[in-house]
Write a protein of this length. Sequence first.
Length: 106
Amino acid sequence: MIKETEKTIERQKQLALFAKALGHPTRVAIMEFLLAQESCYFGDIHEVFPNAKATISQHLKELKNAGLIHCEIETPKVKYCIDQKQWEKARQLFNDFFATEIIKTC
């Protein structure tokens, strides 16, 4: 059985992972763009954002590594979409975090 402390640490690590992935304005914009689509090809994403392909690719990699998006390779194209399960998990973690009452201020 996992101790409560271990669960807390795991929750904190997961929240930090999501926060880091969303810690860049371009990644937030990419997420907003993908949230409005069922799925989208890399080329379509690149057309919307004025960054180099390598930069967009790196941002997508960060979001994918955090589990917020997933991709399907349809040679020669790559299609991206929101990972709904992970997105809901991220929403819940952030909601819980920001719902925490401040007990004491300095």
